[in-house]
Design a binder for this molecule. Structure first.
Ligand SMILES: [Mn+2]
Length: 195
């Protein structure tokens, strides 16, 4: 069974088409309109070995906020949809990830419950023209729409680009583990019998 999803979401602020393959090879075609976000989502695809196709048009004349948040919404929905009934998945994943001086920890549970704890500070509010506050907005949208408990911590870091990069790579690695098919056949990894 293919674990893929293709979604289209159109509002007055953004127009997004996204295809995700959880069992991909790290192939990507990403055009968000925001070069820094393209860079981060490329890292996500490559380091998670996901295939990701994203075409987005947003109201960037306002700022990047709506576009970043709405891409997070659609990516979260695509993760949830491609997981189907979540039977047999490993469920948990984590990654401690260095990027030069930056070190971050990402821990997640595909619990079908949304929760974000984001403990990250940046020495500067921007990298280039990108507002680093939007990284939190992105992951809040992902966690809410994927049904994912998500903890993101900065352990150390001085460079905003490196910190964000370590987070996106760590998220990819953790999600790759959590979505992988575990050793439990088609069982649901829950003592409650429901996720
Ligand atoms: Mn980089």
């Amino acid at each position: 069974m293919k674990r893929t999803a293709t979604l289209k979401r159109t509002t007055k602020e953004t127009d997004i088409t996204l295809s995700l393959n959880l069992d991909g090879e790290g192939r990507y075609n990403i055009k968000s309109g925001i070069p820094f976000l393209d860079h981060m989502l490329t890292l996500f695809a490559v380091h998670g070995a996901f295939d990701l196709d994203l075409q987005a048009r947003g109201d960037l004349e306002v700022d990047d906020h709506h576009t970043v948040e709405d891409i997070g919404i659609v990516l979260g929905q695509a993760i949830s949809k491609s997981l189907g009934d979540r039977k047999g998945i490993t469920r948990y994943g984590e990654a401690t990830l260095p990027m030069d001086e930056a070190l971050t920890g990402v821990y997640l549970d595909l619990s079908n419950r949304a929760y974000l704890r984001y403990e990250v500070t940046y020495p500067n509010p921007r990298t280039g023209t990108f507002d680093l506050d939007l990284v939190e907005e992105f992951f809040r949208a992902v966690s809410q729409n994927a049904g994912m408990t998500l903890h993101i911590h900065k352990i150390w870091g001085k460079n905003g680009h490196h910190i964000a990069e370590a987070i996106f790579k760590g998220f990819a690695r953790a999600l790759d583990t959590a979505t992988s098919m575990g050793k439990r056949g088609s069982e649901l990894p829950s003592s409650k019998g429901v996720l």
